[in-house]
Design a protein around this ligand. Structure first.
Ligand code: FAD
Length: 490
């Protein structure tokens, strides 16, 4: 154009991973600043995703989320290019096809992904490409915080205080109105095989419960902040009430950034309890970064030799919500149906598996990994190690949840159990959490036949509690012969 200087730069590939959003997306913003055409790319490479292949519920979520992202990009004159294959080859092929000379991405924090990204960056730069990575998925990069002796934090309260003293997270940016397209679009794969192999329509419950994608994430944030944040401090422990934000899957897939949540919530009455919980997510990523073996190994090494029992029948009863403990069964069925479980019930159900049944926490974590829509290596690892007593700032091993008392306290009217264990719905409140103690006539009146319509407890609470405490008292005798590490996934 005569008289004007137009800055023409080659295209930029924006490689999207766990940041499936257009607002507050630093790598997209940096590409916009280059003024070049942008090619947004998602690469399906199951073997290179991170430490573990994606679970079934996560694959379902991802598929919907990619569709939403593509639709949002198309509204802005762009589109999502989807490819499957090894990441390095795919990025090199795409940069040739589009003439891109730069590749930008936002960081993810699974140990295997960090190692992969480091190598990728090196190789791509050697090939002459400009490669930059950006912080977009955490409030604080895990390596920027250290305790007074320069060591990683292992106590949450100290970590939380350090976060509050750090410079406040930067304000989030909004989504661009238009995104410059390349002269021609490279091919995109239409049918990524992300569906579960199961024959039953397992995803029906997920479809009924969730609407993945950035637009829904922002809507959910607004609904939660407008209606729930004030009672959050007291309501967050009630599985029978809608008292938490339900933002975890959106956060995991980066459909919403923690900065967006932070800035939307900060300053609202009673937001502190909610933001503190958001910072548990930061703490989990801090721990995973500094202790990368913890998805498989206990942080407290004495637990390497804990005498676990690999009891398949009990494990199956737990996964199916058939343990005979209504609160545990309600949680496990909520998980199976919706891909999500309330945090209080996650703690109770996980504790039941590791302390009542003595099944390794890694087995429970693997089940959660496959069935949670918010499956997240950092949060899941920390959650399970916390419950098992072998992690950072963990509940001590000898503190053993009584599932009946937990249920009576946090689901006092039994509404949560009635919702998820309908065969007990007609029991009066007094017995809903302990049907095995109910008089025969009451059971009969409620249509409950223990051992037939609903199972008897797989283990007696007092017996299980004493057994776990005895093992703990005898910990000097735990031996290497008991060591349990989960099988390496293919
Ligand atoms: P809210 O109460 O609204 O909290 C807001 C956000 O803060 C959450 O979305 C989450 O990102 C973060 N957060 C809240 N509590 C925790 C916590 N205890 N630890 C870490 N982050 C937290 N969370 C996952 O996101 N993925 C997992 O795979 C996961 N596995 C868990 C396993 C066990 C055994 C336990 C006990 C907890 C696990 N959690 C996990 C943490 C927690 O249960 C969920 O983050 C929470 O229930 C999500 O619901 P919400 O979004 O309504 O939470």
């Amino acid at each position: 154009i005569r008289g004007t200087s137009v800055r023409v730069t080659q295209a930029t590939l924006v490689w999207l991973r766990q940041d499936l959003r257009l607002s507050d997306n630093p790598s997209l913003n940096a590409a916009m600043e280059r003024g070049s055409p942008i090619v947004p790319v998602f690469i399906w490479s199951p073997q290179e995703e991170g430490n573990r292949p994606l679970g079934s519920a996560s694959r379902w979520w991802l598929k919907q989320s990619l569709e939403q992202l593509n639709a949002a990009l198309r509204k802005r004159g762009s589109r999502l290019v989807i490819r499957s294959g090894p990441v390095l080859d795919t990025l090199l092929t795409l940069s040739k096809e589009t003439g891109a000379n730069a590749i930008f991405w936002n960081r993810t924090y699974e140990p295997a992904a960090i190692a992969r990204d480091r190598e990728l960056k090196h190789t791509l730069r050697e090939r002459g490409l400009t490669v930059n990575s950006f912080p977009g998925n955490l409030l604080f990069e895990p390596w920027t915080l250290a305790n007074s002796t320069g060591q990683p934090f292992r106590v949450f309260t100290a970590f939380w205080k350090a976060c509050l003293k750090s410079p406040a997270p930067a304000s989030p940016s909004s989504a661009p109105d238009t995104i410059l397209a390349p002269a021609s679009w490279p091919n995109s794969e239409q049918d990524l095989d992300l569906d579960s192999d199961t024959k039953v329509d397992w995803a029906a419950g997920l479809r009924e419960s969730w609407q993945p994608g950035e637009a829904s994430a922002l809507k959910q944030l607004t609904v939660f902040l407008d209606h729930a944040v004030v009672p959050y401090a007291t309501e967050r422990d009630r599985p029978d009430h809608p008292g938490t934000s339900l933002l975890s899957p959106y956060l995991h897939f980066g459909e919403l950034s923690p900065r967006q949540i932070w800035h939307a919530a900060v300053g609202r009455p009673d937001a502190a309890a909610f933001l503190r919980q958001l910072v548990w997510r930061e703490f989990a990523h801090h721990l995973l970064f500094h202790y990368p073996a913890t998805p498989d190994q206990p942080l407290r090494s004495e637990f390497l030799h804990f005498p676990w029992r690999l009891d398949e029948a009990s494990f199956k009863a737990w996964t199916r919500g058939q343990t005979g403990y209504p609160i545990v069964d309600a949680g496990m069925r909520q998980l199976w149906h919706t891909g999500w479980m309330h945090n209080r019930v996650r703690m109770v159900a996980a504790s039941f598996l590791v302390k009542h049944l003595l099944i390794p926490w890694q087995e429970g974590a693997a089940w959660f990994w496959d069935t949670l829509v918010d499956a997240d290596l950092a949060n899941n690892t920390m959650g399970w190690q916390w419950v098992a007593g072998c992690g950072a700032d963990a509940a001590p091993y000898f503190r053993i949840f009584n599932p009946t008392l937990q249920a009576e306290r946090f689901d006092p009217d039994g509404a949560y159990v009635r919702r998820w264990v309908p065969e007990l719905a007609n029991l009066p409140n007094e017995w809903i959490h302990q049907p095995w103690n109910a008089p025969a006539l009451v059971l009969q009146g409620a249509g409950v036949e223990l051992g037939m319509t609903y199972p008897l407890p797989v283990v007696n609470h007092e017996f299980a509690r004493d057994r776990a405490l005895m093992l703990w008292r005898n910990r000097a005798q735990w031996s290497a012969a008991n060591s349990y590490l989960p099988p390496i996934s293919e």
